[in-house]
Design a protein around this ligand. Structure first.
Ligand code: ZN
Length: 253
């Protein structure tokens, strides 16, 4: 994958923890040797909710391990997918407090290793168990509660395309705090909110307006194409997918 991306002139790659198998230093070195950067690492363990590890100690240990792996890769961004409402609570506000506490405890450890932590809000359809942040405003509120310089937000088209207040929120509150921008599209007839993401241009998101919103808030890092597509793109030839990404990025983003 590294060689294929480099051959097409990609600027970088974001990895998932499950792909590393303890080889993060070797993988990071190989990406840089191919002329690219490691844009980020996805993702922390769930920090709240029913899918999180059972104890605070286990959650934090795995959080620290994820930070170590990001540092090993040589990237400065670790994305946080928060996890959903904590068992025994209703709504998301109690869980946001738990989240802020855990992120605040990990932030100095991450800062010592040159790693920034990016809180990613997720589409409300996933908030039953995967997130307690549903909007950029939610994520910025937790950033404010944490109050650490190395904690910001990641903006993913799939999760926020519907939010008509997004551009205003980012302009007013996110200057210098956007750490990642994730691209795909929202299909009009999506069948699975986790694994049926669309290729850019195939859906209804206003991709140019969204990019303008993040860049107006001072984000000039790479655009990360993130397309979970179990029944479509994951079944295509990988070289064809990489070619399509390049042409759609130029035409639609
Ligand atoms: Zn994302």
């Amino acid at each position: 994958m590294i060689d294929a991306c480099a051959a097409l002139g990609y600027g970088g790659i974001t990895f998932w923890r499950r792909e590393l198998s303890g080889r993060e230093v070797e993988i990071g070195d190989r990406v840089r040797a191919a002329g690219m950067q490691v844009v980020g690492l996805c993702r922390t363990p769930f920090l709240t909710g029913p899918l999180a590890l059972p104890s605070d100690q286990q959650i934090m240990d795995d959080f620290y391990l994820a930070i170590d792996q990001a540092a090993g890769l040589g990237t400065n961004v670790l994305t946080i997918v928060t996890g959903g409402p904590e068992p025994g609570t209703k709504g998301v506000l109690d869980s946001q407090k738990i989240l802020a506490d855990r992120v605040a405890r990990a932030a100095p450890y991450a800062a010592d290793r040159g790693v920034n932590l990016a809180l990613e809000p997720l589409n409300p359809a996933t908030a039953g168990n995967r997130t307690c942040l549903m909007t950029a405003a939610d994520a910025l509120n937790v950033c404010d509660a944490v109050g650490a310089e190395n904690v910001g937000v990641a903006i993913d088209v799939y999760h926020v395309w519907w939010d008509t207040t997004l551009a205003d929120t980012l302009a007013r509150r996110a200057q210098g705090r956007i750490l990642g921008y994730h691209l795909c599209d929202w299909l009009a007839d999506t069948t699975d909110v986790l694994l049926d993401r669309g290729m850019m241009g195939d859906g209804v998101a206003d991709l140019r307006a969204l990019r303008d919103a993040v860049e107006s808030a001072g984000y000039y890092g790479l655009c990360e194409v993130e397309i979970f597509s179990a029944e479509n793109w994951w079944k295509h030839d990988p070289d064809e997918v990489l070619d399509t990404i390049v042409s759609r990025f130029r035409a639609c983003c």
